[in-house]
Design a protein around this ligand. Structure first.
Ligand code: COA
Length: 141
């Protein structure tokens, strides 16, 4: 059975590990604690009892901004990422995010989920050696 729920504090280390395996910039347990304390949404998607993906977002009155999303390597291309996006869309708010301009997989994924590029942010990832630019993508109601 596939389930989407809030992440518990005891699961932060699993989310940290999944992020580390999947993303160039990931949240450590302390970051996740801080994000949760400041009202961010941290959701997991589980297959039976195993966490296969997560999303971290900031929700405001009319928008949900996705800070981070990842699915475990072996569980990709099976619809889990899209299920997380669909879950957020049920809140009937606009969605936004920044994505590395060279992350073709993520760009395809967001486009497939009806996001469009709305802006380019030159030098957004300033800690990267090169290819520092990001697209802003949005999915409006
Ligand atoms: C991006 C990511 C979350 C997608 O999760 P996923 O569960 O594999 O995505 P889905 O199975 O829901 O894919 C939906 C669509 O996205 C596109 N897509 C997903 N993976 C793709 C790939 N490797 N190559 C091309 N298109 C891809 C396809 O259009 C796919 O539809 P299809 O299966 O009908 O072809 C996952 O690849 C991931 O964790 N990547 C590493 C972390 C990352 O880059 N996060 C985004 C940072 S902004």
């Amino acid at each position: 059975m596939i389930k989407i729920d809030q992440v518990n504090e005891e699961e932060f280390s699993l989310i940290e590990q999944l992020g580390k395996e999947s993303l160039p910039i990931y949240y450590c347990c302390d970051d996740l604690k801080m994000l949760k304390m400041t009202g961010h949404i941290i959701l997991k998607i589980s297959k039976e009892t195993t966490i296969v993906g997560f999303v971290v977002c900031r929700e405001t009155a009319d928008n949900i901004h996705i800070l981070s999303i990842a699915v475990k390597n072996n569980d990709r291309k099976m619809g889990y990422g899209s299920k997380l996006i669909k879950y957020l869309k049920q809140k009937n708010k606009n969605l936004s995010l920044y994505v590395h301009t060279i992350n073709d997989t993520a760009l395809n994924f967001y486009k497939k989920n009806k996001f469009v590029i709305s802006d380019i942010m030159f030098g957004y990832y300033d800690s990267f050696e090169d290819n520092k630019d990001a697209y802003k993508m949005i999915c409006e109601l």
